[in-house]
Unconditional design. Structure first.
Lengths: 326, 243
């Protein structure tokens, strides 16, 4: 295990217990517990913390793999169209009224993600070229975005409209162990598949012809990425809605601490993504806001957008140390 | 070992090319722009699928080989590739070991030493000169210890000293029994360093043989449409272009 991974694991081991204590109701472990402390911990905060780890870890790993595959520091998991298609699935479950059933919303979102994965495979999986694959993903993202807007504009009731808009903002509030069982297997399997793609992503460092000359099968690499990004992002969107910027920001924060090979970035990005989402979720819980708490997706976008701008400015000045000179 | 192409055809680029190349020699592929040199090299490396014909390595079709097996046998150095992330020299050279999972630090050290890069091993790629960069990229191929070295314009944008050093390394590798196939625009480099020259024009071979014959003045006049004379001694010839 590298020193970076060990450090991140130690930080996570410290952050998880602290996150369980923090919230609108603080739990003091050294004094007699609240009568309902066990319920708060086991039924509200622990599943929420586990979800933050799974969703953040998946998004971080997917972002690192996407940037490695597209050889572009501005890539994020949404580019393949899987997240927008998963969100479209969830929106359709609200639109049709099926979201009222506990399992239907994540099921619809997973179906959306699965459809995107299948379509990507059909459209782009034959020639193995990065450009065709990326264009196919962008087309899917654009189509899913348009269909979501259409569904919102044709929303059958104001209640459904409000539900859709709120859900799209992304959050981990009021999630249960049921959501954990949906998110965790997808995230773990997805991260394992993305880690398996590391050798191919490293070979892409010098471009597609060199990667092929090094024995990398571009179609196998694409399938690993489709499945890895699909499972991590699809399961994340299914339980938490759209949470942006983690996949973009985290690999940038971690990359200078590695040797910059994509393969060495995937696991640290998963750990750092988990840590970032866990901390951001605690901040959301602690900020007092009329009518509830700050939505996680909004909080991360508020952090991520200035970071993105800073990155663009650094690249424009030619000072990027993140490989922006490719 | 023999790398051979049989009747290769690729629409608009290659037109029935057949050749048989031996290891232990430097073979230069020359020709004017658009003659099909890079396409032929990519087909020989198994990276471009020809529409007609076959490339085989010791009688085995490249298309039937597993990608990893092919990569272990054939190393490919493209024209000045872009490096996506600003990795260190050592990390980039170690990429040559991708076809050999679970092995490689000795081969990486040997490649670094062969290209005189030990002192630069921790330097980021963005802080190298053009000549240093060319040495690193060749070291990456050497680290894979392939039986065949295929290089596309390895001397492009290099000064004379670096070009000489790269060609000397190719000679050393050929003397170790490797097959070296190089696409060259510099006809003098082909004349002075190659054992065999294949001249392409419009996707077809128009001359093939020892450099003195394949790059004879009448061939240069016909293919490149210039009147030129070879000056100097064998091994140190220069092409003087007449007005």
């Amino acid at each position: 295990m590298t020193r970076l991974n060990l450090t991140l694991l130690i930080l996570l081991a410290l952050a998880v217990p602290l996150s369980l204590l923090a919230g609108q109701v603080w739990i003091d472990p050294f004094h007699p517990a609240l009568p309902n402390a066990t319920t708060i911990l086991m039924q509200l905060r622990l599943p929420r913390a586990v979800l933050a780890l799974a969703v953040g870890g998946g998004l971080g790993a997917a972002g690192a793999a996407m940037q490695g595959y597209l050889r572009n520091p501005l890539a994020d998991p949404g580019l393949f169209g899987i997240a927008p298609c998963a969100a479209l699935g969830a929106v359709l479950s609200f639109w049709t009224g099926f979201a009222a059933s506990a399992f239907t919303l994540p099921l619809f979102a997973l179906l959306g993600a699965g459809s995107a994965m299948a379509l990507l495979g059909l459209i782009a999986g034959r020639d193995g070229g990065v450009a065709t694959f990326t264009l196919a993903g962008m087309m899917l993202a654009s189509l899913a975005g348009a269909l979501m807007s259409l569904a919102i504009s044709l929303s059958p009731t104001p209640f459904a409209l409000s539900e859709i808009v709120t859900w799209l903002m992304g959050a981990l509030a009021d999630r249960s162990w049921r959501d954990v069982w949906i998110a965790v297997p997808g995230a773990l399997l997805g991260i394992a598949l993305l880690r398996a793609s590391g050798r191919g992503l490293d070979a892409l460092l010098l471009g597609e012809p060199v990667a092929r000359s090094l024995g990398i099968d571009p179609r196998r690499l694409q399938w690993l990425l489709i499945a890895g990004v699909g499972l991590t992002v699809g399961s994340g969107v299914a339980v938490a809605g759209i949470i942006g910027f983690v996949g973009l920001v985290v690999p940038h924060l971690v990359r200078p601490l590695t040797d910059r090979r994509p393969s060495q970035l995937i696991i640290p990005s998963a750990l750092a993504g988990a840590l970032l989402l866990l901390c951001a979720d605690v901040v959301c819980r602690l900020i007092p806001l009329a009518g509830g708490e700050l939505r996680l997706g909004i909080a991360l976008s508020l952090i991520g957008a200035p970071f993105f701008l800073m990155l663009l400015l650094r690249m424009r000045r030619g000072l990027s140390d993140d490989g922006g000179w490719a | 070992m023999i790398l051979s192409a049989g009747n290769l055809g690729l629409s608009g680029r290659l037109n029935g090319i057949s050749c048989s190349l031996s290891s232990g020699r430097i073979t230069a592929i020359c020709g004017p722009n658009g003659a099909g040199k890079s396409s032929l090299l990519a087909c020989l490396a198994g990276l471009l699928e020809q529409e007609v014909g076959e490339v085989s390595l010791d009688g085995r079709s490249l298309a039937s080989m597993r990608p990893n097996e092919r990569a272990q046998a054939i190393g490919y150095l493209p024209q000045v590739p872009q490096v996506a992330w600003d990795v260190s020299v050592e990390t980039l050279v170690a990429l040559g070991r991708v076809p050999w999972p679970g092995s490689g630090s000795a081969e990486v050290e040997s490649a670094l030493a062969a290209m005189d890069l030990a002192a630069l091993r921790h330097r980021p790629m963005s802080r190298l000169s053009g000549g240093e960069r060319a040495r690193v990229l060749l070291a990456r191929v050497l680290a894979g210890e392939p039986q065949w070295l295929l290089a596309d314009e390895p001397l492009a944008s290099l000064d004379l000293a670096h070009a000489q050093a790269i060609m000397a390394r190719f000679r050393a590798e050929a003397d170790r029994g490797r097959g070296v196939i190089v696409v060259l625009h510099d006809l003098a480099a082909a004349m002075n360093h190659a054992d065999r020259v294949i001249v392409l024009e419009n996707g077809a071979i128009v001359a093939d043989g020892p450099p003195e014959l394949a790059l004879a003045e009448k061939v240069v006049a016909r293919v490149w449409q210039i009147k030129a004379n070879w000056l100097g001694e064998p091994g140190a010839k220069a092409l003087a272009i007449a007005n």
